[in-house]
Design a protein around this ligand. Structure first.
Ligand SMILES: [Zn+2]
Length: 563
């Protein structure tokens, strides 16, 4: 299929295009020169007075795997109210408002103009399930990160200071699970949780019975990531999440990032790790200290983990935190142990505007986005479905673009929280160009996929969003409602050169693929023999059954790396 998008205001930060009126030509799923398409055959889209951007990329959103599925089951009452009928042959049916089913996940992202999502926390043992669900999510390109923060085999290597063994194991694990990168959640905590401990483990505390600390795990895995030349930096959920005063732990953790001019450590949903004070009563914001450090150090990037008010479903491999939250929320809880690899907890939660802590959390997320000066190192997330469903992105975009909108919100919030927050004193408003950076270009670069994703230059995948928004006529600061409206329903979403959304409606659900890293040289036989023995000791399944074949991925897209 050939498409010519004519006369749109194009926002393409990776190619330094800032709202220029341009044509974008598409052929065989890729962006091409306009001269390369046959104008008599091509579909012409008139984008005059509209905004054209690359498709959105979500760097951190829990959309697939056993934890997400358990969340869906826990929120079954919501399914009744959010049922979407099938529309044969255009789309399948689906349910779920806060933890939507796989099909609905794809459709809702595409409707907003998003074309790729990263599932950030898959226990390796359960990654077959994760891939089965990722295969089911239509339209979007996908990738998953595996949890390696509390893996017993890995911790044994680390404890023995066996760097080569550790590296070989990580390489094998990525190949065996067809994953894209490494995720650390509260390193070491799940080990302690096996004995009912682990809540509040700090970055320099010892992880009994091992002679290592969370800091050692972070340092060693950052080194291995660099040696294996993995495209995405270590993706870290810091220790002591959700505990007042945790910003000091976060600051200490930031210092473990290897020095470099490029990002070596990504700190995810930082809002949950940016609290000052030492109790829920005197909780404050740590955003200024943390962003000051991020601004001074190019080796760090963050995503915000913004909350929005209303129901959310918190789910994390930080199992002891969820157990503590269960006692605060007094609603529902699930705790899961994944053999010798990880743990998880799930607690549905309601964020309230008049609650001091919740209102302050809301302020802190926006403070982080507005105080980090370099938009290439900050990304918008809600840690879906933890802070809010991903469908709130249009609202968050509008809040970043409009001080007036933020001020209107202050009147509805807990008054003490507004006094303690820094947000009221921040005047900055994001430009549309900066929005294109934080939702498209920056995540593509952080994934190491910026040669084909997150831009509209020749050779890029033809993932494009067109929004009904005229930047010449609309003052985004005043008319933030039109920003929300435009981003809620894209005029067009084009995925791999196919029109998948038109006038906010899904009309085609094909063309998704799953990225994973692969290596040209497989691990040595001797290492595998040793590992087979380890599996007999530690696992309920044989090593051979653990390995996921490429044929188990819907449309596999390996990225070969060096090392
Ligand atoms: Zn998360």
């Amino acid at each position: 299929m050939e498409i010519l998008i004519k006369n749109g205001y194009v926002y393409d930060p990776l190619n330094k295009v800032n709202g220029e009126i341009m044509d974008i030509a598409i052929k065989d799923g890729k962006i091409v020169e306009s001269s390369e398409i046959n104008l008599r055959k091509a579909k012409i889209i008139d984008a005059s007075r509209k905004v054209v951007m690359p498709g959105g990329i979500d760097i951190h959103s829990h959309v697939a795997g056993p934890k997400v599925n358990t969340g869906r089951i826990m929120m079954v009452s919501e399914h009744y109210r959010s049922y979407m009928r099938s529309h044969h042959p255009l789309r399948r049916s689906g349910t779920g408002k806060y933890t939507p089913s796989t099909f609905l996940t794809g459709y809702r992202y595409a409707r907003m103009g998003w074309t790729m999502v990263v599932e950030p926390a898959s226990p390796p043992l359960k990654t077959r399930h994760t891939h089965e669900e990722l295969n089911d999510i239509p339209i979007l390109d996908k990738a998953c990160l595996i949890l390696v923060d509390s893996n017993r085999i890995l911790l044994n290597y680390l404890d023995r200071k066996d760097h080569d063994g550790c590296k070989m194991f990580i390489k094998w694990l990525l190949m065996a699970t067809k994953s894209y990168g490494l995720k650390l959640v509260d390193p070491g905590t799940a080990v302690l949780w096996s004995w009912g401990k682990g809540y509040g483990l700090d970055v320099d505390d010892k992880i009994e019975p091992y002679n290592i600390t969370p800091g050692d795990i972070i340092k060693e895995l950052c080194k291995i990531r660099a040696e294996l030349k993995l495209p995405h930096p270590i993706h870290l959920h810091c220790n002591r999440l959700g505990i007042p005063g945790n910003y000091e732990t976060t600051l200490k953790t930031m210092k473990y990032a290897p020095a470099d001019d490029k990002v070596t450590l990504h700190l995810t949903h930082l809002q949950f790790n940016a609290y000052a004070g030492d109790s829920w009563a005197n909780i404050g914001t740590g955003s200024e200290t943390l962003t000051k450090y991020v601004n001074a150090n190019n080796n760090l990037s963050i995503d915000i983990g913004q909350i929005d008010f209303g129901t959310a479903v918190t789910m994390t491999a930080d199992a002891p935190f969820e157990f503590a939250l269960f006692h605060m929320a007094r609603w529902k809880w699930t705790g899961i142990d994944v053999e010798s690899e990880a743990a998880a907890g799930i607690v549905p939660y309601k964020y309230k505007k008049k609650n001091l802590v919740n209102a302050l959390q809301w302020c802190i997320g926006l403070e982080l986005a507005l105080l980090v000066k370099d938009p290439w190192r900050v990304m918008i997330t809600t840690d879906h479905p933890n802070g809010a469903p991903f469908t709130r992105y249009p609202k968050i975009i509008a809040l970043l673009m409009s001080r007036r909108f933020r001020e209107k919100m202050f009147a509805k919030l807990n008054r003490r929280s507004v006094k303690r927050a820094v947000l009221p004193s921040i005047e900055r408003e994001y430009s549309l160009y900066e929005i294109a950076v934080v939702t498209r270009a920056a995540p593509a670069r952080l994934l190491g996929l910026d040669n084909i994703k997150g831009h509209l230059g020749v050779g890029a995948d033809a993932d494009v969003a067109i929004y009904d928004l005229n930047p010449e006529e609309i003052d985004f600061s005043k008319d933030y409602q039109s920003v929300i409206k435009a981003f809620k329903r894209a005029l067009y979403t084009i995925k791999s050169g196919n029109v998948v959304v038109e006038n906010g409606k899904v009309i085609n659900d094909s063309c998704s693929k799953t990225f994973y890293v692969d290596f040209k040289s497989p691990p040595e036989e001797q290492f595998l023999n040793e590992l087979r023995e380890e599996f007999k000791r530690w696992y309920t399944i044989e090593l051979a059954n653990y390995v996921i074949n490429e044929s188990e991925l819907g449309h596999a897209k390996p990225i070969y790396v060096g090392g």
